[in-house]
Design a protein. Structure first.
Lengths: 54, 307
């Protein structure tokens, strides 16, 4: 039987950007306001600094 | 009575701190809760005038503080929508942002200072452009390469010897370039998106808050991590040199920011300016250092003509 070669999908160079939002935010909150730490939230939602969405 | 508008989630500690400080100096605050808009909070633009929850925002507003526009489609709140209706979700996000940005830009065009303007905020997700603004102002910035060209990346890293990489638009922390990051497999990832590479600068991170044309607080942030956002360690107030102070104020001005969190790095051969943040966090910074950022910001919001 002929083997088919699996082609893996390319991934972003910055793999952190590939992670699901939940994981990202878990990290974010761990180092963010809810974790009582410094709060340099990297989340895309309220982004460090915040108005990333604009 | 001086009256300012704060745009951001009502539950955000920065919104709460600024609101409290404005109240303490007998100013009036209105809050546009972007966490609830448009799901449960109404807003209208009536011939260029903003109306929030049925109440017109007066044209005589002294300023607007833009803290945050609300959750992006990548927020966990929208995880289910991201899976089931991604096109609708992204359209929803863009339409919401179009409304918020239009409202703020309209107010700005009517003469109301916005701290900071949506246009200025966009620098946060256009890092190479902001670096150019800083460079043109004569400020010391790290050598940088934004590229999707593997050859250019290899040559740059070889030239600077030690390098870091980060996203152009944000959303991930800074990483040191390791040998394996220059492999063909890793560099193939550049075919999906370009990346920002910079020379690695060793030193102590310093966060400087600038309000108007004045430094209001500065602290050293000690960390064992390359990117202190992963673990900031000790945070202690610091005295800036005259050159650092001038550079921080010049950096904020070069980026057209009325309020900025300027990141410096102090090395053995002087300092560099890394970035100007248009909506910097400061609540926990205040707690850790005892320094006051919200107070000077509140005063500025009620009287943006203040130096």
């Amino acid at each position: 039987m002929k083997k088919t070669k699996e082609v893996s999908k390319p991934r972003l160079y910055i793999e952190e950007l590939e992670r699901p939002a939940v994981a990202l935010t878990a990290t974010t909150y761990a180092v963010g306001e809810e974790g009582g730490k410094f709060g340099w939230v990297t989340t895309l939602a309220i982004g460090e600094e915040a108005s990333k969405g604009v | 009575m001086a009256h300012c508008l704060i745009v951001g989630p009502r539950a955000d500690p920065h919104v709460a701190r600024v609101s409290e400080e404005v109240g303490a100096i007998r100013g009036r605050v209105s809050i546009w809760d972007t966490e609830s808009f448009p799901e449960s909070e109404t807003a209208s633009l009536v011939d260029g005038r903003l109306v929030l929850a049925g109440k017109p925002i007066p044209a005589s507003m002294t300023s607007v503080y833009l803290r945050a526009t609300g959750p992006s489609p990548f927020s966990p709140r929208y995880e289910a929508d991201l899976q089931s209706r991604p096109r609708g979700l992204f359209a929803q996000w863009e339409e919401r942002l179009a409304f918020i940005a239009s409202a703020l830009l309209s107010m700005e065009s009517q003469g109301v200072p916005v701290v900071n303007s949506p246009e200025v905020n966009s620098q946060h997700s256009r890092k190479p452009f902001q670096l150019e603004l800083l460079r043109r102002a004569g400020l010391p910035v790290p050598r940088s390469l934004a590229s999707n060209d593997p050859k250019a990346v290899k040559a740059f890293v070889k030239g600077v010897r030690d390098a870091v990489f980060k996203p152009l638009a944000g959303g991930a922390t800074v990483r040191r370039v390791q040998k394996e990051d220059l492999s063909r497999e890793r560099l193939a990832g550049l075919s999906l998106a370009p990346v920002l590479f910079q020379e690695l600068l060793e030193g102590i991170s310093v966060r400087v808050y600038v309000v108007g044309k004045r430094v209001v607080a500065a602290a050293e942030i000690h960390s064992t991590e390359l990117d202190y956002r992963r673990d900031e360690g000790d945070v202690a107030s610091t005295r800036l040199t005259i050159e650092e102070r001038r550079a921080a104020v010049s950096a904020a001005a070069a980026c057209d920011m009325r309020f900025s969190g300027v990141d410096l790095i102090r090395g053995s051969k002087g300092f560099h300016v890394l970035e100007c943040n248009p909506s910097p966090m400061f609540a926990v910074f205040e707690e850790k250092t005892g320094l006051d950022v919200a107070g000077p910001l509140a005063k500025y919001l009620l009287n943006p003509g203040l130096r």
